[in-house]
Design a protein around this ligand. Structure first.
Ligand code: NAP
Length: 310
């Protein structure tokens, strides 16, 4: 049974947050520090400790959490994980009440979001797919881009909560549309990561200083978030996540599978998907997605020189 030690005010809607990884822990923290009553659950309970010390309430399972909450956020890794958290044993669906709004911040297949909506709608639950972009830095700084699929009026009801998580919240269409937009985002992110890797190895092996090259071109037409944020890290020898390559590979496969379902050909995306799948296959999936440069290094027998290696 739910063990609540904190008295919530009657007028407060109670928020639940499931999934306290890199993204979820930061996002749940913003909801809590904004004064919203917050109940949390994470598969690995220890990751909730910091939030519990700041006043969040622990729930023993997703079902117990859902039974207490008016708005339930989910932020776990992949489609199968979201489905397990909702429909598995002691899952959200076993506790959730009619009228609750479920917001999924995970990046999953659009078909997964539509399935969740179709299965929960008969229970009186309204669902929004609301994947985010902006990385761990955006989560920590509450500057995320939040891309929402589902009913627009439902989004307006929960906008006050999303406003404390991100700076740009865009409704892009019905159920699953947020995930389609996020897959589109990942097509661009992967292209940038691979191009960044290639241009730095290209510059270095051909005799130019990659740090100077990045500085120069990032003021011109090639300017982008990846060169702003990731190039300095690579040049410092930092390849820890951030955004794990395994999650980037997952997102690329979502894009490719969605393209296949609509009989589309995305040749560059197919190549980038292979590179990320390769990175996972050689055991580098827990590195940052920018560490895709290691694949380009291997193909060229050239390791990026870092400040440490100079
Ligand atoms: P993460 O640090 O690896 O955390 C994953 C979270 O999912 C953990 O809380 C984990 O629980 C939970 N989880 C995974 N499988 C589960 C299952 N079967 N049942 C219950 N819980 C499960 O990942 P993250 O970086 O926070 O990413 C979360 C989501 O946000 C992903 O969909 C990712 O693609 C997306 N995203 C990430 C970033 C980024 O920069 N990191 C940016 C945009 C979007 P445990 O703690 O028990 O392992």
């Amino acid at each position: 049974m739910y063990n609540c030690t904190k008295e919530f005010k009657m007028q407060d809607k109670v928020i639940g947050y499931i999934g306290l990884g890199t993204m979820g822990s930061a996002m749940a923290g913003h909801l809590l520090s904004s004064g919203f009553p917050l109940v949390v659950w994470n598969r690995t309970a220890s990751k909730a400790q910091a939030l519990l010390e700041k006043g969040a309430i622990w729930a023993e399972s997703p079902a117990v959490l859902a039974a207490q909450c008016d708005v339930v956020f989910i932020n776990v890794s992949d489609t199968k994980d979201v489905l397990e958290v909702i429909f598995g044993e002691n899952g959200v669906a076993q506790g959730i009440r009619p009228g609750t709004i479920l917001i999924d911040n995970s990046t999953i297949a659009p078909t997964g979001s539509r399935e969740i909506d179709e299965r929960l709608a008969p229970m009186g639950v309204r669902c929004l797919d609301a994947p985010v972009s902006g990385g761990d830095i955006g989560a920590r700084n509450a500057t995320l881009t939040i891309i929402v699929g589902g009913d627009e009026a439902t989004l307006e009801e929960v906008r006050p909560y999303l406003n404390v998580l991100g700076k740009k919240i865009t409704h892009v269409g019905g159920s699953g549309a947020g995930q389609i937009a996020k897959a589109a985002n990942q097509i661009m992110v992967a292209a940038q990561m691979v191009a960044e890797a290639e241009l730095m190895i290209f510059a270095q092996k051909a005799g130019a200083d990659p740090a100077k090259v990045v500085e120069a071109i990032n003021a011109g037409a090639a300017q982008c978030w990846t060169l702003d944020v990731k190039a300095p890290k690579l040049l410092n020898g930092e390849r820890e996540p951030g955004f794990k390559a395994t999650l980037q590979a997952k997102d690329m496969n979502i894009a490719v599978e969605t393209a296949r379902a609509y009989h589309m050909n995305l040749p560059a995306t197919a190549l980038h998907t292979q590179l990320y799948n390769g990175m996972v296959a050689i055991g580098e999936g827990n590195l940052d997605n920018s560490a895709i440069i290691s694949m380009i290094e291997v193909m060229n027998g050239e390791k990026l020189k870092t400040k440490e290696s100079d």
